[in-house]
Design a protein around this ligand. Sequence first.
Ligand code: NA7
Length: 552
Amino acid sequence: MSATAQGNGAGGASSASFDAVIVGAGFAGMYQLHRLRGAGFSARVIEAGDGVGGTWYWNRYPGARCDVESLDYQYSFSDDLQREWDWTERYATQPEILKYANHVADRFDLRRDIQFETRVNTATFDEQANRWDITTSRGDRYSARFFIMATGCLSAARVPDFKGVETFKGDTYHTGQWPHEGVDFTGKRVGIIGTGSSAIQSIPIIAQQAAHLTVFQRTPNYSLPANNESLTSEKISVYKQNFAEIKQTARETASGIITNPRDISVLQAGPDERRTLFEEGWHEGGFHLLEKFNDLVATNAANETVAEFVRQKIREVVKDPQTAELLCPKDYPLGTKRICIDTNYFETFNRDNVTLVNIKDAPIEEITPTGVRNKDGSWEFDAIVFATGFDAMTGAILGVDIKGRGGASLREKWAAGPRTYLGLSVADYPNMFLITGPGSPSVLSNMIVSIEQHVDWITGCMDYMRTNNLATIEATKPAEDAWVDHVNELANMTLYPQANSWYLGANVPGKPRVFMPYVGGVGAYRIKCDEVAAKGYEGFTLGAAERELATV
Ligand code: NA7
């Protein structure tokens, strides 16, 4: 297949025709481009930033790291790539992951098909031509057979609608849109709003610089120590030698990460056994604590044992009992909001220059020209950091004005919550694919494993369509309805709905409360996607090139 293009290469608007337009040059968009090229399709990636890396391009706040171990958080598609790249730490820093993304872009010569500093504004399906018309912030008009959203799950950064936010005279930052040159907080009075993963990683570093750091907490989080360390050459070498086997096993797990859970209920263990194993998990660091028993996130009774263990740890670390109690999560089970992995988070509250302010019952009423005010008082700052998260999973997709059959607006279709088939496809939006979209395992998994699975499936589907001379593929309404029901049914069997999390859209006022990721696990989900393809794309309608429709 081929591409045609018109326009100038000097930064002016252009028009061009491709087999696929891909939105986003993060790990999903880069791999999708690589696969489509390899399969002989023409593709253009449109990226808002001036570089590749997606999440790791934008989230440059101090202390930013991945909470999946670096050896697990890398592509598996190229043996050469894995052999020539060496991770340095158990948990990679944002700069190291961004360096890896840039290495991949160079190694596979991806940049020549990526258009940077451009946003996709609209995408409209042309039912006559069976193609997508795409317009950009630079005035480009592109036509593509396929429209692929590789926009990431946590990419629409969100500052809450605080009254007076524009009046603040000092500097403001959002963790997800951090200045590339970094920020020096030395000698500054800093306020940080939010205590999610971004805050938990950045607070210990900002506290070392700032004259004073005030942390505004609405909901305390369960956070486990990273026990980060340098990777030894032995560990790297063993991993590299067994790379293919490790990656294959990971693909078949629930989370996309190989774990080693003990097959015993915590409720059957005595207090000494519990304590010993919990201590072991705590010291191993990261998510290992959750492997010590098989039901820690399965029932409320089991969950409470590990939740209380974590609360005890917080009480042991934080010297001021009142602060410690405020930092203890009590209103929701451990794991129902994303668990954080930290280095010295709770310890930081023992510093003289750090204050915790509980805003659960006294919400921020106003950002004033000099700081923050609620009903209990006011605080003056030179800088405010919004660590307030994202319009997760749907924000970036709906940031593009997408119109499908009959001009149907995706924003309207999803007004009561996202509806997809397999998290990959949407009824009435032919030839549009979502990579790690709502309704797929996405954020409940190792994102790179899920990205590779979706990209491979999409590429296989496009190849099948070319071979069979098909013009369109779209999810049927019944298949979509059945999938949405299945996603909800499984989520409702878990503890997840008990927390006000961004998995449910609860952090965005007015957003419909729908559990968005698929809890069935990446292994089972992969089997389902492969079965759908093997059955000639069951649940999809395939349109012949002459526009005859054949329901499969
Ligand atoms: P998160 O996890 O969504 O955290 C956002 C934080 O901001 C969280 O503590 C929120 O409290 C708080 N927040 C949001 N809105 C407000 C308002 N209006 N007032 C006060 N506090 C507010 O985002 P992160 O960037 O930390 O992490 C995102 C993911 O990135 C993370 O899970 C990892 O997967 C990596 P709340 O809990 O909603 O009460």
